[in-house]
Design a binder for this molecule. Structure first.
Ligand code: ADP
Ligand code: MG
Length: 371
């Protein structure tokens, strides 16, 4: 059990033995030159002992993977103690589980379900976290002209990517009138949230995982972790540096890989940054030669066309999660523009396979050859 938990031991050693040898040699020379040197030598030894007692313990990388939020979550931390690492990781998983209970679209018991049941009625009281994530979703909608819209639930609930079922066009058309983020009510004073029209459904599927990654990182930091990485499926938040002093590296998948194994298109180094990818290969089916996937254009109710995948980098994962979805909906040109306006970095693979980057990313990305 313990062995499974510890995946890698990395080197972070202060070379104390070398330091000791060097110091005692020079001090011995000084000692023969008189009493003042003896005093100096004592001070030197004391200083050296203090230095040794302060020298950091060897750090390792620990990680654990679990299914949370209906997806695979991996938490990686840097720590000098397996016990401390395990405790912090469990706390962070606990936080993700707690948020899932609030934000799950498919559970009757979540606060989100409560908001949805009350659509058309006055707002309902919710926890500060639910309020906060809805606030962030509204912000993403405003900054993207509604390309991100958490009221997409009326449409997203029609699509079944497991049964590979396309909803009929008339139902999609009718539901369009129930999608509009401006009809979300956020009464922060009363800690309440609601939907103005009956039949509306809020779906936080394009922001909740990123938000959970942010909260899990907060929890790790609270528990004394100085560096780590939380990956809630494709929504990843990294902080600090690895024990070797290098930044974390994250791979971007080729959205049209041929084989079964993950084919990496490029890698990006991350320090105190988040990264998310939205792709048309995650949940999709093919029908009459057409690809139907889970990122919907709120204007039409149909899967957005124009991109195969969008990767976004920003300081927090709630932003990268929501803006990767929004940029996907906006298409390659407008998508890159909105990311630049926000000061985020991004990489978009358009529907012909062409790769576009925000200017700031050009020196930070490493493309892989897969041949
Ligand atoms: P993934 O869930 O695979 O990480 P996304 O973060 O892009 O991918 O989220 C897609 C999910 O978000 C969909 O399954 C749906 O629940 C919801 N969604 C789809 N289109 C939109 C949209 N335009 N705005 C907000 N949420 C969306
Ligand atoms: Mg997203």
């Amino acid at each position: 059990m313990k062995k499974e938990f510890k995946v890698q031991r990395s080197t972070f050693n202060v070379r104390s033995s070398q330091l000791r040898l060097k110091s005692s040699k020079s001090a011995a020379g000084n000692f023969q030159k008189g009493a003042s040197f003896y005093l100096l030598f004592t001070v030197y030894c004391l200083l050296f002992a203090a230095l040794l007692s302060c020298s950091p313990k060897k750090e390792s990388i620990y990680k654990k993977t679990k299914v949370e939020m209906d997806t695979v979550v991996t938490i990686t931390v840097v720590s000098d103690s397996e016990e401390k690492a395990a405790k912090a990781i469990d706390k962070a998983f606990g936080e993700i589980g707690r948020l899932d209970l609030l934000l799950n679209f498919f559970s009757d018991k979540s606060e989100l379900a409560m908001i949805n049941r009350s659509a058309g009625a006055p707002p309902v009281r919710v926890s500060p976290e639910t309020l906060e994530v809805i606030g962030k979703a509204l912000c993403a909608s405003e900054k993207t002209g509604g390309a991100f819209d958490a009221t997409i639930g009326a449409e997203s609930s029609l699509w079944d990517f497991f049964q590979k079922k396309k909803p009929d066009d008339e139902t999609i058309r009718q539901r369009r009138g129930l999608v509009n983020y401006r009809w979300i009510t956020l009464a922060k004073g009363e800690s309440a949230a609601g939907l103005e029209k009956k039949g509306m459904l809020m779906d936080l599927g394009a922001i909740a995982k990123g938000y959970a990654a942010d909260k899990a990182v907060e929890e790790l930091k609270k528990n004394g972790v100085r560096a780590g990485l939380v990956a809630v499926a494709g929504d990843i938040r990294a902080f600090g540096l690895k024990p070797d002093g290098k930044p974390w590296k994250v791979g971007i998948r080729n959205p049209r890989q041929q084989g079964k194994d993950d084919e990496i298109l490029a890698t990006i180094a991350l320090k105190d940054m988040a990264i998310s990818t939205s792709g048309d290969y995650e949940r999709y089916f093919l029908l009459d030669g057409k690809r139907y996937h889970h990122i919907l254009d709120p204007k039409t109710g149909y899967p957005a066309e124009g991109c195969r995948s969008v990767t976004v980098m920003a300081p927090d994962a709630a932003s990268t999660d929501s803006f990767s979805t929004a940029a996907f909906v906006l298409g390659p040109q407008k998508g890159i523009e909105v990311l630049e306006r926000m000061g985020f970095e991004g990489i978009i693979v358009d529907n012909s396979g062409k790769v576009r980057l925000t200017p700031g990313l050009k020196d930070r990305i490493e493309f892989k050859r897969n041949d």
